[in-house]
Design a protein around this ligand. Structure first.
Ligand SMILES: [Zn+2]
Length: 308
């Protein structure tokens, strides 16, 4: 079965920059070569800046990562196109921009607008620790006043907020801020905490809030978020999928592989190996429609409605 893929999260832009790798063909998880088997490929490219950089240097690094990506021969030649709105069907390879860890706004609200002008449409405000934005998953802190102001502005500019990496109080405030502007909330790369209890995964309550907001959830392939103990395999994604289906997430469930930011199960070396997940699902009697929805259609419908 020929599939399209719309993946909600990768850190490939940072790896391309740090390892001086082009998009066309590289030894990373995501490349033009590895996406060739998909009929259409849409990727949310998160710009994640190294945590050792201070906020201000992090902002400059974001600008460098973006410049490096848009200067790549694949983007320059049009073999990968940059997207700020939902691309048409059969558009080939399209890349949306995101920012992961918005501490790089460094207390400067005008940077939200600047980020939007630079093409950023998805904002993952937190990553780790307590920042100028607020508390991440490893803290109990909520959003700061600056964080609330920055995220309200991001919403008003049409950006989508992502609770992956947020603390419980920060996520609750992101739900409130988004609801106030009638916008959905996503979790771009998180699994079910009832299946694998780590702070990066989603509680039942958070899943329900995402669903009622009209948001989507990207399944993360990071082995530590698949299974708590022992070595995780791709089959360890199945209990998460079953759980999300029990929660009513059939039309909200997507993939958010955390490519180039995660340790992957042994069956998956690159994004091009995801057909092994499709084969696994077929062997467990999931329908082709379910697989197409998971790989592409659910995210595509979301983008069509909310990335306009
Ligand atoms: Zn992440």
């Amino acid at each position: 079965m020929t599939l399209s893929l719309f993946d909600l999260h990768c850190d490939t832009a940072l790896e391309m920059f740090e390892k001086k790798q082009p998009f066309a063909k590289n030894n990373l998880h995501v490349s033009l070569e590895n996406t060739a088997k998909f009929e259409q490929y849409v990727q949310i490219m998160a710009f994640f800046t190294s945590p050792e950089l201070d906020d201000e240097t992090g902002w400059n690094r974001f600008l460098q990562l973006r410049q490096n990506l848009i200067s790549d021969p694949c983007v320059q030649s049009g073999s990968a196109t940059l997207a700020t709105t939902c691309p048409p069907r059969k558009a080939g390879v399209s890349l949306f921009f995101g920012i992961e860890d918005a501490r790089i706004f460094a207390g400067k609200a005008e940077r939200v607008e600047e980020a939007r002008q630079l093409g950023v449409r998805i904002l993952t405000p937190l990553w780790a620790g307590a920042t100028c934005i607020g508390g991440s998953h490893d803290t109990n802190a909520g959003l700061t006043d600056f964080g609330k102001q920055a995220l309200q502005k991001a919403l008003a500019l049409g950006m989508i907020l992502d609770i992956s990496h947020a603390s419980v109080p920060s996520a609750d405030e992101i739900f409130e801020l988004s609801a106030a502007q009638n916008r959905p909330v996503i979790a771009s790369h998180s699994n079910a905490a009832d299946i694998c209890p780590v702070s990066r995964n989603l509680s039942r309550r958070q899943i329900q809030k995402i669903l009622s907001s009209g948001g989507v959830i990207g399944l993360n392939l990071y082995t530590n978020f698949l299974k708590k103990d022992g070595k995780a395999h791709i089959s360890d994604l199945l209990p998460h999928i079953e759980y999300f289906l029990e929660q009513g997430a059939e039309r909200a469930l997507c993939l958010g592989g955390d490519w180039d930011g995660a340790t992957l199960p042994p069956e998956i070396q690159t994004v091009g190996d995801l057909d092994s997940l499709a084969d696994l699902l077929l062997s467990r009697n999931y329908s082709e429609t379910f697989i197409r929805n998971l790989f592409f259609e659910n995210a595509y419908s979301f983008a069509k409605k909310h990335l306009v």
